[in-house]
Write a protein that binds this ligand. Structure first.
Ligand code: HEC
Length: 233
């Protein structure tokens, strides 16, 4: 009985600890109706991510339609890995090779925003840092020991970790300022959020018509109800 009580006690009081574990993720406000942001994020995605990761549940032409682009614009600006707009975002690298090169197979990113959450992703892409002890030469504060190199160094430059404070400081400047890089990652995460649930855009667009329909229906239903119940009241 006593041990049961202790287990219960530990269980309940571990909640605040779990919560405090998560608070160092900065919140990111994603807005999948912001087409300009999604287009910028898509560009980053096809340029920097599709070489290793695929998004086998996303079709180019579907993405183009949702992002407000024509098939020609998609083919010209966003297609480096395939040649038909009806295809899904797959890659040429074989999983066995990827495993050999990186130690792990880069996961499909179609629904990564749903499994990791957007705050985690926003944190992950901003916290790569130099680490000589790691085969990639870099490591990550959010995902310690990650098998992915810092592919966005061309934008961010490199950060180094201060061993005493654990803080990340600029070791090599990139073309983007800290603020610009945050914005750049915001767009990428926004795109990943869209990709995780493309039908959400349609649902949101449909929602206002459904509400309008219900409002109009009320205008008919209410007088009708009054007419039906007139003799009873
Ligand atoms: C050079 C190959 C390579 C490129 C390019 C690359 N990644 Fe990765 N990525 C990996 C590998 C390998 C892993 C697996 C790491 C592990 O599990 O240790 C990974 C892991 C991840 C994860 C964590 C997955 C999880 O939940 O375990 C995310 C998110 C991710 N990559 C997103 C991206 C995005 C977005 C881009 C483009 C900006 C990108 N990656 C570019 C190789 C790559």
């Amino acid at each position: 009985m006593k041990s049961l009580f202790i287990t219960f006690f530990l269980f309940v009081f571990s909640f605040p600890l779990m919560a405090s574990e998560a608070v160092h993720f900065e919140k990111v406000d994603v807005d999948i109706t912001d087409k300009a942001s999604l287009q910028r994020g898509a560009k980053t995605f096809v340029n920097y991510c599709l070489s290793c990761h695929q998004a086998a549940y996303m079709r180019y032409n579907r993405m183009g339609k949702d992002l407000g682009l024509t098939d020609d614009q998609v083919a010209e600006n966003l297609m480096f890995a395939s040649d038909k707009v009806g295809e899904t975002m797959t890659i040429a690298m074989r999983p066995a090779d990827a495993k050999k090169w990186f130690g792990v197979t880069p996961p499909d990113l179609s629904v990564i925003a749903r499994s990791r959450g957007t705050d985690w992703l926003y944190s992950y892409f901003r916290h790569f840092h130099l680490d000589d002890s790691h085969p990639m030469g870099t490591n990550n504060l959010t995902f310690a020991g990650v098998g992915m190199p810092h592919v966005l160094w061309e934008q961010q430059g490199y950060l180094a970790k201060n061993e005493k404070t654990g803080e990340l400081n600029v070791a090599q400047e990139g073309p983007l300022t800290k603020h610009e890089y945050n914005q750049y990652i915001h767009d990428l995460v926004n795109f990943l959020a869209y990709m995780g649930e493309p039908s959400k855009l349609q649902r949101m667009a449909l929602a206002k018509w459904v509400l309008l329909y219900l409002a109009l229906f009320l205008l008919i239903a209410y007088p009708l109800k009054k007419a039906f119940w007139r003799d009873i009241h």
